[in-house]
Write a protein that binds this ligand. Structure first.
Ligand code: G3H
Ligand code: ZN
Length: 284
């Protein structure tokens, strides 16, 4: 089976994007993997610190390893990790990739801590990819009344991106290019700046990752991928699909107590949403 590094390189060369979807439990995981199988496209499973804790770090790594053994192109990423301790935990558990998120730190401190995360990955004896983040785009994948106050109003500059990559040695870079985590309950979402993506891609020289995908238009996603985004993160939209499906499953029959029955519409919703996004990012 191809390694995650190979899959990303292939996507970058072909100017296509790979979908990254966050999961908290095995129902969402199965739905995302099924979407990958149905579309014959690779997928990255993401689990943030809270999601990993809920699922169980080692349990999640073991389930995904078993799926890989069946030749699925399913990869596992430790999303938004704020401490080196938890970066190490994910690498030791067998994750394919980790994100050290130092976007809330000064650039200097972010560089120093990200470099330490890269050193740990390199010493692991496995090809674990490390992603670094610059630019604050919010922290929660949820429905928002208004944009968070602590997000950067300026986009990442190509100079900062180049310096960050050079001084940390990261494999992947997540810059701030217009998106934010979560989705506004009403009103238009910020637009993605495709031109800035192109400039950062040239300056950084490593594959770029777009966070905060939910709420962007299909047109913006396509432009972002064509401009140089290799991985797109979606969380809020599949959380919404999961909850809506479960609500529908529960309201269908007040006496239904079999979880595999009342949860199934939630799984179906996540699978459908994931399939749509996988095809969109792969420009299919
Ligand atoms: O890392 C997770 C993502 O960046 C998800 O962002 O919840 O806005 O789709 P989203
Ligand atoms: Zn993110």
């Amino acid at each position: 089976m191809q390694t995650l590094r190979e899959v990303i390189e292939e996507a970058r060369d072909a100017h296509r994007g790979i979908g990254h979807f966050n999961v908290s439990d095995s129902n969402q995981l199965n739905a995302v993997v099924e979407a990958s199988k149905n579309t014959s496209l690779p997928v990255i499973i993401g689990a943030s610190e809270g999601e990993r804790k809920f699922f169980g770090v080692r349990a999640l790594a073991a389930v995904v390893a078993a799926m890989k053994a069946q030749m699925n192109r399913t990869y596992l990423n430790a999303d938004h990790t704020y401490s080196l301790e938890l970066v190490k935990e994910a690498i030791d558990a067998g994750f394919d990739a980790v994100i050290f998120d130092g976007s809330h730190l000064s650039l200097e401190e972010n560089i120093a801590q990200t470099r330490a995360a890269v050193a740990y990955a390199r010493a692991s004896g496995r090809d674990v990819l490390v992603e670094g983040e610059i630019g604050r785009i919010g922290t929660s994948s949820k429905l928002l009344d208004k944009a968070p106050e602590d997000i950067d109003t300026e986009l990442t500059t190509p100079d900062d991106a180049a310096r960050f990559v050079r001084e940390t040695g990261v494999d992947l870079l997540a810059p701030a290019v217009g998106t934010m985590h979560g989705r506004l309950k009403s009103g238009p979402m910020p637009r993605i700046n495709a031109q800035r993506i192109e400039e950062i891609r040239e300056a950084a020289g490593v594959p770029l990752v777009l966070h905060g995908g939910s709420g962007s238009t299909d047109e913006d996603f396509v432009a972002a991928v064509k401009a140089g985004i290799s991985i797109v993160h979606i969380n809020t939209d599949i959380r919404i699909a999961y909850r809506k499906g479960i609500e529908a499953g529960l309201s269908k029959d007040a006496d239904e107590i079999a979880p595999y029955r009342f949860l199934q519409p939630g799984v179906d919703g996540v699978r459908a949403e994931t399939e749509r996004y996988l095809k969109l990012f792969a420009l299919k």
